[in-house]
Design a protein around this ligand. Structure first.
Ligand SMILES: Cc1cc2nc3c(=O)[nH]c(=O)nc-3n(C[C@H](O)[C@H](O)[C@H](O)COP(=O)(O)OP(=O)(O)OC[C@H]3O[C@@H](n4cnc5c(N)ncnc54)[C@H](O)[C@@H]3O)c2cc1C
Length: 375
């Protein structure tokens, strides 16, 4: 699929930014153990976390395709940093799907002011089984009181607002689940453990604890009991861009592998001249381009308002797998040097592994695809 001209222009702008600011700095931030707030602020100034919002609210009014192309470019620079934009976008999607005008306006104003948002679905005992969420929202007059603990929340420590899934009635199971906007400055919110991760160390991942947090009923997104459906639609919309996380990292690994293969001399010539190395490069390109085209296809269906659940799940799965397999090949091309921290491949290898896990593991994606086909 050929990208529209305006998407190519946006892609080029983000690629230039990534080449100039992200690639030269990201690994150093990781080594220093310092969160790359500077990079987040540059992305914020470019309007990237609000690209998905309509222009009337101050957003970018961009298509799913444009958003996903941007995600690939950011992930090519640094997947941890890319998650800053991803998480804010993911938290915004339920508002766009089921929120009112007033909620969308309020959410956007706050996002523009605080610069970070987070999507709070996962709990210690409810990961793949998101419907098993134990967080509760108890009605009290015109308010709800939120109690529970969310874990593994990207941007969790930094967010100015959270999109939270909680149950208004646990006896109703999935039919009790409901979405809420919870602003960070409400009394009773605290940040728990900040995760010490294997990869994407330039991303903040934290527990967020809600202890008798009172919010007005006006913060409920959609009807009571419709939360699970809203979350499923949200994930359908965001999965292609998570596939693009894998492709972005893989693209960077391909570029690094080509550069290395042209420089590294063995048997009196660059290893780029060795057919076995050429085949590894070709395999990387095959995996990357087939995944990228599938991701574009899923976005195209979404943008045209056509059914896209299966394609979104395929896009996430093939993007994650292309990422993992391509980075592994790039490491192999680097030989022993690929295993050393001195070369960028080692970080890409640690970073890309997460893509097969978050936003629904690849096993869960296969479960959805199989379930849909066998309905
Ligand atoms: C770095 C990071 C960032 C994250 N960011 C966020 C965030 O911003 N917001 C948020 O809400 N969550 C976030 N998550 C949570 C993430 O989406 C979950 O980790 C993921 O959905 C898997 O849940 P789990 O870790 O509890 O694994 P489990 O659900 O316990 O799964 C364990 C294993 O069992 C398999 N399994 C479980 N159920 C099934 C099934 N039905 N069919 C087939 N296999 C199955 C899984 O594939 C996996 O291999 C993040 C996680 C990480 C690690």
């Amino acid at each position: 699929m050929q990208l529209p001209e305006e998407v190519v222009a946006l892609q080029q702008m983000v690629r230039d930014f990534v080449n100039k600011e992200v690639i030269p700095k990201a690994a150093d931030y990781e080594k220093r153990g310092e969160y790359p707030k500077e990079l987040d602020m540059m992305a914020f100034d470019m309007g990237l976390p609000v690209l998905c919002l309509p222009t009337k609210y101050g957003g970018g009014g961009m298509s799913e395709l444009a958003l996903t192309v941007v995600m690939e470019e950011l992930a090519r620079g640094d997947l941890g940093f890319a998650n800053y934009v991803s998480a804010s976008t993911l938290a915004t999607l339920p508002i766009l799907i089921a929120g009112t005008e007033e909620q969308t306006k309020r959410w956007t104003e706050r996002l523009l002011e605080t610069k970070y948002a987070a999507f709070a679905l996962t709990e210690p005992e409810a990961g793949s089984d998101a419907a098993g969420a134990k967080t509760t929202a108890t009605k009290d007059g015109n308010d709800y009181i939120i109690n529970g603990r969310k874990c593994f929340i990207t941007n969790g420590s930094h967010a100015g607002e959270y999109l939270v899934m909680a149950s208004v009635d646990r006896s109703k199971g999935i039919k009790g689940l409901t979405c809420f906007i919870v602003e960070r400055d409400r009394p009773g919110i605290s940040i728990g453990k900040e995760e010490d991760k294997m990869g994407i160390r330039n991303s903040n991942t934290a527990d967020v604890i809600f202890d008798n947090v009172r919010i007005p009923a006006a913060n409920r997104v959609g009807e009571e009991g419709k939360g699970f459906g809203i979350i499923m639609k949200t994930l359908d919309a965001s999965r292609p861009s998570v596939g693009a996380h894998g492709v972005g990292v893989a693209q960077r690994a391909l570029e690094e592998a080509i550069k290395y293969a042209k420089q590294r001399v063995q048997f009196g010539k660059p290893i780029a001249a060795i057919p076995a190395v050429q085949i590894m490069v070709a395999d990387m390109a095959i995996k990357i381009e087939t995944a990228r085209q599938m991701i574009y296809h899923a976005c195209d269906l979404y943008d045209k308002g056509l059914p896209h659940t299966i394609e979104s799940c395929i896009a996430k799965t093939v993007g994650a797998e292309a990422g993992w397999e391509a980075v592994d090949l790039a490491l192999q091309i680097h030989g022993g040097y690929g295993y050393m921290r001195e070369y960028p491949i080692e970080k890409l290898y640690r970073d890309v592994r997460i893509v097969k896990i978050y936003e629904g593991t690849n096993q869960v994606q296969r479960g959805i695809i199989g379930g849909q086909l066998l309905r």
